[in-house]
Design a protein around this ligand. Structure first.
Ligand SMILES: [Mn+2]
Length: 338
């Protein structure tokens, strides 16, 4: 397997590429959007980064630092909110997604990670949950706060919208993802791009009144069974799988790696399951990380592993220190196998 680093939009620069290379990475996974309140990036339809030229320039910049761009992670919520909620602009937004997938392919980007989620990554708390009181995230019970109309993924895309978003059912959500894949996978296949599904984070059946898609291990198989082609792939988040209440993590990793379905891996550790868990350092917690790496290697997985998130360490560069720690650990495990 290969080691990569996930970089948020604001980190897509030479300094962060050099940091990744110095920590032993050969690959980068890029987020083209910052969606956290207060750091929102420009609207993706007015943002050169989301064009073919922008993506090709990004891949070239990454290569200039001696790395490869392995994947783009997530569509900007403003690009596909009506695909997720089956709203009136669904058809038009699907056309934009097709254009982006085709552009990514011609820019030489082999994977786009996506998370088919209405509420997104919500309902988590922050605190000194990891070793030595390092700040990380966790969950302390569910979040039933209704979503506002005009909101997906914790991002307001329509400030004029009034009222709340009506709750959907699980069957409606599966119908939406089925149509999404049926329309987008042919373009992906033609463009040489794999669409890689992230499981729910946190993996709750319902959050903020909205259903979730892949919140138990077997639901990943249901998603893979929708289409046999290799473009229908998995962004295997080991941490999210470990937070689920049912299923054997090691069997699941083995199953999808040997099916050749894993496009890339998020590798992190955790204590507990939903709705009460804590994210911790890669070498503490419930997951036997060397065993996961063994399983992936033995199944012939040749893709990229990124640390996902890590606790923030107590120093002036807490994010960098956390990532360097996780990357050094992964590299050590891999070298120990040689
Ligand atoms: Mn993840």
């Amino acid at each position: 397997m290969k080691i990569g680093l996930g970089l948020y939009r604001r980190m897509l620069d030479r300094q962060h590429y050099d940091f990744a290379a110095q920590a032993g990475c050969t690959h980068v996974v890029a987020h083209l959007t910052d969606y956290t309140e207060g750091t929102e990036s420009p609207h993706p339809l007015e943002d050169p980064l989301w064009t073919r030229e922008g993506m090709a320039a990004l891949a070239k910049d990454v290569r200039a630092a001696g790395l490869e761009l392995a994947a783009i992670e997530n569509f900007d919520p403003r690009l596909w909110h009506d695909v997720l909620i089956d709203g009136p602009r669904r058809r038009e937004q699907m056309e934009v997604l097709k254009r982006i997938v085709a552009d990514a392919g011609s820019a030489g980007i082999p994977v786009i990670g996506y998370n088919f989620s209405i509420a997104g990554v919500v309902g988590r708390t922050r605190g000194p949950f990891a070793r030595g009181g390092a700040i990380s995230v966790g969950m302390d019970g569910t979040d039933d706060t209704p979503m506002a109309a005009g909101e997906v993924w914790g991002m307001i895309y329509d400030p004029e919208a009034k009222g709340t978003l009506p709750p959907a059912t699980h069957e409606q959500l599966w119908d939406r993802v089925t149509r999404f894949l049926a329309e987008l996978l042919p373009v992906a296949e033609e463009s040489g791009v794999r669409l890689a599904a992230h499981p729910d984070d946190p993996p709750m059946p319902v959050l903020r009144g909205q259903p979730r898609l892949v919140y138990q291990h077997w639901m990943y198989q249901r998603l893979m069974d929708l289409h046999a082609g290799e473009a229908n792939a998995i962004e295997l988040c080991v941490g999210s799988l470990a937070e689920m209440t049912k299923g054997d993590l090691y069997e699941t990793v083995e199953r999808f790696a040997s099916q050749g379905r894993v496009a890339y891996v998020h590798l992190r550790n955790v204590v507990g399951t939903v709705p009460y868990y804590r994210e911790v350092f890669i070498d503490e917690g419930d997951v036997d990380i060397p065993r996961v790496i063994d399983i992936l290697e033995n199944a012939g997985f040749d893709g990229v592993v990124v640390p996902d998130h890590t606790p923030t360490m107590s120093c002036d560069a807490g994010w960098h220190a956390g990532m360097a720690y996780a990357l050094g650990y992964i590299r050590g495990v891999l070298q120990g196998r040689e």
